[in-house]
Design a protein around this ligand. Sequence first.
Ligand SMILES: Nc1ncnc2c1ncn2[C@@H]1O[C@H](COP(=O)(O)OP(=O)(O)OP(=O)(O)O)[C@@H](O)[C@H]1O
Ligand SMILES: [Mg+2]
Length: 251
Amino acid sequence: MIDYPAQNQRAMKNIIDCKNIQKTYGAGDTATVVLKGVTFSVKEGEFVAIMGPSGSGKSTLMHIIGCLDTPTGGEYLIDGRDVSKLSDDELADIRREKIGFVFQAFNLLPRTTVLRNVSLPLIYEGVEKTKREGIAERALADSAFPQKFWYHHSNQLSGGMMQRVAIARSLVNNPALILADEPTGNLDSKTGETVLGTFQNLNEKQGKTIVLITHERYVAEHADRIIHILDGKIVQEESNGVHQRKATINV
Ligand SMILES: Nc1ncnc2c1ncn2[C@@H]1O[C@H](COP(=O)(O)OP(=O)(O)OP(=O)(O)O)[C@@H](O)[C@H]1O
Ligand SMILES: [Mg+2]
């Protein structure tokens, strides 16, 4: 029997632990209670979708998971570390080292080449040119982005291609966790399908943990597990199973 202790241990470890997370904006009469006690965890290497209608609190939850915001109640642990005990600098380090973000609006610099857009986080970190371009090229290949467009300006690309650039940019720091908030929201369904295939590949081939936020069931079905959120609470969890999850065009 072949034993893979390191992989087994990795598979057991929680990267996300939300315990009774609450989030209220404002105070007094104007207070808006958005998250009302959200508890769930995500293991390393999982592909999880968080699904719910508009206003249910998905992005608020993603901001907390991504250490962009803090909860007003409950406990959030990332990689076993309680974020309430971390300084702003430590939170920034976690965001940079562990998390890649992908949003609905691709947030690329226009009139700037694809390669430079993807390299940008590394430029800020002072990585030298040859090294950062090598990393960016690999990230673009992992995002199924065609080499012939590497020197195109980002605003010359189709939406699907722009989102691949954003995915590649999220990969350059080699994050363990990718958080994607409605990544196919601006794409037609066929293009969206290929982008979802890219996330599946990153999950299967590179073991990236992926949390995908969506309001659409057919998008959520690309994940292994679907967590349903409604009005700031988890109302259902379903396991999609690796073998049942929706197949996409393999890219
Ligand atoms: N900074 C804020 N101050 C006050 N209320 C807020 C703030 N951010 C979000 N909300 C409110 O919290 C609720 C949940 O918002 P959130 O953006 O998390 O929902 P969502 O599920 O991501 O919706 P969508 O699918 O439309 O993106 C909404 O009613 C919103 O108005
Ligand atoms: Mg949202």
